[in-house]
Design a protein around this ligand. Structure first.
Ligand SMILES: C[S@@+](CC[C@H](N)C(=O)[O-])C[C@H]1O[C@@H](n2cnc3c(N)ncnc32)[C@H](O)[C@@H]1O
Ligand SMILES: [Zn+2]
Length: 298
């Protein structure tokens, strides 16, 4: 697996001037120390291994807190959502051509758990793989950079022009994260695939009812299609239901890693959940949609 191609064309582009961004510090096994463009703009690696490419004002955004990210990490690390990660990888891998470089972008990577499984599966199919992971939360990126050191982990805002070259990636994965159709369309190669995971009606309903989590409406599908209209066409859809028996700590992590984490503290959440030691049965209902570029955009 190679961290990123150091020969032209560069995978990344400078968020300040748009020129190609090259990695400095790839010597043997040495990690990338900085990303540098031809005009001399330079972005050093944070000590946790990610690059801060946030420039300008950016979107006003309530980023996940360290506690929310810790809850997400704990929940995903427990393996309850492993079937989803495997399904995402299975949707990506058919795009791999053995022996050829395959480049994947995970947008809104969070703790990087899904990308980890995707990279493991892709590297079974080709020995040449590059990955870019982006998120607006530095707390998330610290975790992601540790879990996926071979990826280039970038702090950036998906609603701004992405620091990725035109037609540079073979697959984009977006798991419960925002979608910038125009930018995804620009960075995806013709023939590439966009894999999107969304929740379906009834997702985590039993936990949502107890914690005040937002419940999932029936109109998500229409919203997904609408958000990508003109740029992407759905090629296939897979519905995946995962039945879980969760211990109280898992339920608390699951609730706290979502939007409820923004407006409840951990003890308020524990109070809502009650002191019961009884396990909770809950069903996660996912939809995995593979989109292809429509190429109708200008
Ligand atoms: C619900 S989490 C999903 C994370 C991960 N894909 C997962 O499923 O575990 C949504 C992620 O999108 C990121 N995000 C939200 N808005 C963003 C933005 N404007 N630019 C980049 N990332 C963003 C959040 O920081 C968060 O990590
Ligand atoms: Zn530059």
């Amino acid at each position: 697996m190679v961290p990123m191609p150091s020969t032209p064309p560069p995978l990344l582009r400078c968020p300040l001037c748009g020129a190609g961004l090259n990695a400095q510090g790839i010597t043997g096994d040495a990690a990338v120390k900085a990303l540098v463009c031809g005009s001399g703009h330079s972005f050093d690696a944070a000590k946790q291994g990610y690059f801060n490419l946030l420039v300008g004002k950016g979107t006003v955004f309530e980023a996940d807190t360290a506690e929310m990210v810790a809850a997400r990490f704990a929940f995903l690390d427990s393996g309850h959502y492993r079937p989803l990660a495997e399904a995402v990888a299975a949707a990506v891998v058919p795009g791999v051509i053995p022996g050829e470089l395959f480049t994947v972008l995970d947008s809104g990577t969070g703790t990087g758990h899904y990308l980890r499984v995707v990279l493991d599966e892709v590297s079974r199919a080709t020995d040449s793989c590059a990955a870019v992971a982006l998120d607006i939360s530095k707390f998330a990126l610290r975790r992601a950079a540790r879990l996926n050191p071979e990826a280039i982990n970038l702090a950036c805002d998906v609603w701004q022009p992405l620091p990725v070259a035109d037609a540079a990636v073979d697959a984009i994965t977006v798991i419960f994260a925002p979608r910038n159709a125009a930018e995804f369309s620009r960075v995806l190669r013709p023939g590439g695939r966009l894999v999107v995971v969304t929740p379906r009606a009834g997702h985590l309903a039993t936990v949502a009812a107890r914690t005040g989590m937002l419940s999932i409406g029936d109109d998500k599908d229409a919203k997904l299609a609408e958000s990508l209209a003109g740029y992407f066409i759905a090629e296939s859809t897979l519905d995946l239901d995962v039945r879980m028996i969760l211990a109280p700590a898992d339920v608390a992590d699951l609730a706290f890693m979502g939007p409820a984490g923004h407006h409840l503290d951990r003890s308020a959440l524990a109070a809502k959940l009650g002191t019961s030691e009884v396990d909770t049965e809950v069903e996660a209902r996912f939809r995995i949609t593979v989109f292809r570029p429509a190429r109708l955009s200008p």
